[in-house]
Ligand binder design. Structure first.
Ligand code: IFM
Length: 485
């Protein structure tokens, strides 16, 4: 297999091979209850394309997701986010949900194409006004706004100019960040730059299953560098707009679990930790890439590295957002050194399951112990920066029962066990200061359309987007009010 074929197949195969099949048993004590630190932020999260709808309203431009959903066969049932939860019009209803659940923090994202329809140049005042109204309404309700600038909806015009693999996109992002900092920095203190860089670059540019649907491994690798540059430039632009702003970014992280004690499997877990957990978070904080992912003599070319990029991408983040869903099993195949891209004949076979965990309706392993473990791991990487859990949750797809209510005990159990794991990490010194459930409400789940329901609130998409708080939402309200489990 030549290098290109390896890159084409290797990452995809690795991803598939890492579908978690086997996990260690949760440690004793994982069920412990108790109080969270005073002032802990209990919250919930959403993202612009997944909830807002109003895809052509008030001067909004076209994003890559507006375009991608139109491609036949890309989204389950041909669903789109054109209407979604209609939050653009119903944001006051959403805030009422947050209040009903006693939540004090709302993580949402800003649609870049509402602000700059083409991703560059003139500002669309009506778009800014929307986020200004949302911010004011949150503050009035006593809820902290926690916006993310980029949750995957790149302006289509920038994709047409090359997208994330092209360095200019990082400069455009910095302009946009500066615009937002100036417009809302008087009322919003904490800002996240990106959501889940590793996921949108890999799925969008390598696997082609997310927008913009490209399958080009070399473009993908470059996109990772441009996104890191955009972190550094965006961070500096926000600070220049208002030095009082606190700027972080959101990383999806997963504990890498060797499939066995074989040194090869342990090495596979180590390399995947660097590539999946550190490639963005540690790079931005350190201003340099973790060693050992690419051959040292090829890395510069693969990334299109230029002198000064270390400083450009460096950002001394004020806080770190972490998203956690499950663990990842890592096994190692024939002849591989543990370094992706070096061994062209590397294989990443499925390991025999040690034992099964419960699964969500999406098929994801339920693995609360991994939440504790990755928090402890990332704390070592992020220093003493405050950590916000910016996402954690599960898809269970039950609808209203005969009594009109949504009884979802599996989701309550999921959250209870994950809160226990988080509390254990906090007690061990991990500085977690807030938690956002994914999600406030059922919404557009990307390539899965509306088939996967992650919400604490049920949304009736067929009947006017009406919202009903699920049993889990009511249970969560109790946790938030008591600040304990
Ligand atoms: O819905 C997504 C979200 O947009 C990013 N993190 C994972 C969630 C569930 O897949």
């Amino acid at each position: 297999m030549n290098r290109r074929d390896f890159l084409m197949s290797g990452l995809g195969a690795a991803g598939a091979a890492m579908a978690p099949a086997a996990f260690a048993k949760p440690k004793a004590g994982a069920q412990a209850g108790g109080a969270f630190p005073p002032g802990f932020y209990w919250g919930a999260a959403t993202a612009a394309y997944q909830v807002e709808g109003a895809y052509r309203e008030d001067g909004k431009g076209e994003s890559i997701w507006d375009r991608f959903v139109l491609a036949p066969g890309k989204i389950k049932n041909g669903d789109t986010g054109n209407v979604a939860c209609d939050s653009y019009h119903r944001y006051r209803d959403d805030i009422a949900l947050l209040k009903a659940m006693n939540l004090k923090s709302y993580r949402f994202s800003i649609g870049w194409t509402r602000i700059q329809p083409d991703g560059a140049g003139a500002v669309n005042q009506k778009g800014l006004d929307y986020y200004s109204r949302l911010t004011d309404a949150l503050l009035e309700a006593g809820i902290r706004p926690l916006p993310t600038l980029y949750h995957w909806d790149l302006p289509q015009n920038l994709e047409d100019r090359g997208g994330w693999p092209v360095r200019d996109t990082a400069d455009r992002f910095a302009d946009y960040a500066g615009i937002m900092g100036k417009a809302l920095g008087d009322r919003i203190e904490n800002w996240s730059l990106f959501n889940e860089s590793k996921t949108f670059t890999a799925l969008g540019y390598n696997q082609g299953v997310f927008a913009p649907g490209r399958k080009d491994p070399f473009a993908f690798i470059r996109s990772t560098h441009v996104v890191n540059l955009a972190h550094g430039l965006g961070f500096k632009a926000l600070k220049a707009a208002n030095p009082k702003l606190k700027v972080g970014s959101v990383y999806d992280v997963t504990p890498m679990i060797p499939a066995s004690d074989r040194p090869e499997d342990v090495a596979a877990a180590d390399i995947w930790d660097r590539w999946q957990n550190l490639w963005f978070a540690a790079t931005v904080i350190d201003g340099r890439y973790p060693d050992g992912v690419f051959p040292a003599d090829r890395q510069g070319d693969l990334l299109n590295w230029r002198d000064g990029d270390g400083e450009r991408m460096h950002a001394d983040l004020d806080f770190v957002g972490l998203n956690y869903y499950s663990g990842t099993l890592c096994a190692y195949g024939k002849g591989a050194s543990g370094v992706p891209f070096i061994d062209v004949d590397a294989q990443w076979p499925y390991a025999p399951p040690a034992f099964e965990t419960a699964k969500t309706d999406f098929g994801w392993n339920v693995y609360p112990q991994g939440f504790h473990d990755i928090l402890v791991r990332m704390h070592k990487v992020t220093g003493n920066r405050p950590i916000e859990i910016t996402e954690n949750g599960c898809a269970y797809n039950m609808g209203p029962a005969a009594d009109g209510q949504i009884h979802d005990p599996q989701r309550i159990a999921f959250y209870r066990d994950h809160f226990a794991a988080m509390l254990m990490a906090i007690r061990e010194g991990v500085p977690v200061r807030g938690y956002h459930a994914w999600s406030l409400m059922d919404n557009f789940e990307w390539a899965s359309g509306y088939s996967q329901r992650f919400g604490l609130t049920y949304v009736d998409f067929a009947n006017g987007q009406t919202r009903t708080i699920k049993d889990s939402g009511r249970w969560y309200a109790g946790v938030a009010a008591a600040n304990r489990i």
